[in-house]
Design a protein around this ligand. Structure first.
Ligand SMILES: NC(=O)c1ccc[n+]([C@@H]2O[C@H](COP(=O)([O-])OP(=O)(O)OC[C@H]3O[C@@H](n4cnc5c(N)ncnc54)[C@H](OP(=O)(O)O)[C@@H]3O)[C@@H](O)[C@H]2O)c1
Length: 257
């Protein structure tokens, strides 16, 4: 019985997932994982048109259906159009993963109104309006939303003030959406620490490794595992899973061992 339950839980066959910002990097890793579990995929993207087509091709090789749809998530009318297109192309939506974001450095001195607005609009406002547009579809399918916060939204990076605030907002957005959309739709989030990919500046890894008790950065597979877990976690809503190698705990101190 338990084995059957696990098997049933793992199949996303017949379901449709939209991952924002999934032409490349973490969004792509999540899209590929959901496709490997059986879902058809909407590859939302902004400007990465060629990469989005490559991701679609990779998903089709897995035997799943996929479509690349672009929208500037800073514009609410584009978000609404995106979900109209999803309904037209796929007829349903079961999973929304709000992964698209920017990561703009901005300190106490260097933060401008433009950077503030770009950070909050893309990282926080877009997540709300995607959820608003998706809600009628997700209620119908008893679906799930997974938001992307950031450990910076829990700890606060002084070199990334608007970014940190936007991601702290994602944690609250997740809680309030979980209440607003219950009981039909579950809403959870992940808060990653540094996840390294080929081409990332080497100092990102070096800085993080010094400060994280697990002494490594994350890999895209760590993120895909967590999103998959949240998609299937039928008794969890409003929760933010922290995936940061223990970074938010502070460095491991020898003297207390
Ligand atoms: N990578 C990490 O170490 C890390 C750590 C903590 C949290 N996170 C979070 O994890 C998520 C994914 O991270 P990532 O590093 O893969 O992200 P990323 O490469 O910085 O961005 C993902 C995608 O977001 C899209 N995007 C940005 N602004 C947009 C807009 N206005 N309209 C439409 N699309 C837009 C871009 O699409 P196009 O390229 O198509 O324009 C981009 O490819 C983000 O929410 C990030 O904050 C990542």
């Amino acid at each position: 019985m338990a084995e059957n339950t696990v098997q049933a839980r793992r199949s996303l066959a017949g379901k449709v997932a939209l991952v924002t910002g999934s032409a490349k990097r973490l969004g792509k890793a999540v899209a590929l994982r959901l496709a490997a579990e059986g879902a058809d995929l909407v590859i939302h993207h902004g400007n990465s048109h060629a990469e989005a087509q490559e991701t679609v091709a990779e998903i089709e090789k897995l035997g799943r259906r996929a479509a690349a749809l672009s929208a500037d998530l800073r514009k609410v009318d584009e978000i609404r159009r995106l979900f109209v297109e999803v309904l037209k192309e796929f007829g349903r939506l079961d999973i929304l993963v709000n992964s698209a974001a920017n990561f703009l450095p901005a300190s106490m001195v260097s933060t401008t109104e433009e950077i503030w607005d770009a950070s909050l609009d893309t990282n926080l406002k877009a997540g709300f309006f995607c959820a608003q547009a998706a809600a009628p579809l997700l209620r119908r399918t008893k679906g799930a939303i997974v938001n992307f916060a950031d450990v910076g939204g829990l700890m606060g990076w002084p070199g990334y003030i608007p970014h940190s605030v936007s991601k702290a907002g994602v944690v609250m957005l997740t809680k309030v959406l979980a209440k607003a959309l219950a009981p039909e739709v579950r809403v959870n989030a992940i808060a990653p620490g540094t996840i390294t990919m080929p081409g990332d500046p080497p100092e990102w890894e070096a800085d993080f490794v010094k400060l994280a008790p697990l002494r490594r950065t994350g890999a895209p597979g760590d993120i895909a595992d967590a999103v998959s877990y949240l998609v299937h976690a039928e008794f969890m809503t409003g929760h933010t899973l922290v995936l940061d190698g223990g970074r938010n705990l502070g460095p491991a101190k020898e003297e207390f061992r």
